[in-house]
Write a protein that binds this ligand. Sequence first.
Ligand code: BGC
Length: 356
Amino acid sequence: MVGTSQELFDYIAMKLAEFVNKESDNYHHPAGRQRELGFTFSFPVMQLSIASGTLMRWTKGFSIDDMVGQDVVAELTQAMKRKGIDMRVSALVNDTVGTLAKGRYDNKDVAIAVILGTGTNAAYVEQANAVPKWHGSPPKSGDMVINTEWGNFKSSHLALTEYDNALDVDSLNPGEQTFEKMTSGMYLGEILRRVLYRMANEAALFGETVPPKLKMPFVLRTPEMAEMHHDVSPDLSVVGSILEDTLEISKTSPMTRRVTVAVCNIIVTRAASLAAAGILGILKKIGRDIAKDEETQKTVIAVDGGLYEHYIKYRECLEKTLKELLGDQSRHIELVHSNDGSGIGAALLGASHSKY
Ligand code: BGC
């Protein structure tokens, strides 16, 4: 995540080589035919063609300065050459766009794809004539995919707390990805740590001394937060053991455990509600937020990402909030989990842009 672009792309090329070497004997690659790759790259890219794009900025804790402004496909192609892999990238695909492609391939009602994982983002199908940035001839379908990069959304209506502001200042990308920092998996555990730290300092939540580990940024990860939040044992024993294992806080009282779960709940309720609001925003943009008549078209939203997949309370809150926001129209809207939609979708797009 931190280093040079050559190190990063050599690593990716090495993993690709390992994968190709593991190909089963049942698969025989046609002789003389180059392998083709759909390349999922989950960062903001200025993309002017299907198989090239320059990195605009890193997100999610990546920091490889020499890469910004460079073509990520060219970098990967050079790395593959260095490793002796005979492969070409036939499509460069953001993970949301991959998820949308896979979703749409399975079900024509899919119109929006959302990633809720380490980071967050959404892509959707827009009418090409509603895209002022597009200057070429309109696509045959009349549709165009928009990658919103909503993780970078910022507005005075987003009520930031002192925890959000402090997290932002200490991050590798201050002032950027504001919505992502309130909503996605990379940051929820860290917000929790910051709240607990203040409660330890000001209200002796963990006793007279402040546990030293609680000072360490990112020591509490979102998967552990989810485990605590999902604890249904009568004495919250899972919360107790996670506080002990990750923060070295032993013998926590039942009240301390309950407070910890309550804080998890507040942070996740806010995050999932914001994600639901983002989805409603896109539904509004494409006129699918209000039931038109009995024939109202169904809209399916394909969602991928570890946060959505594993943090059940997050997922439940997202679904409930979206339902509330949509009222009657919620009958026509469905969220589906698209497992590895981003990878499979990129493979589909890579195949459909094959040169063979
Ligand atoms: C990136 C997006 C990506 C999202 C989900 C964000 O940090 O900017 O391009 O789609 O994470 O992976």
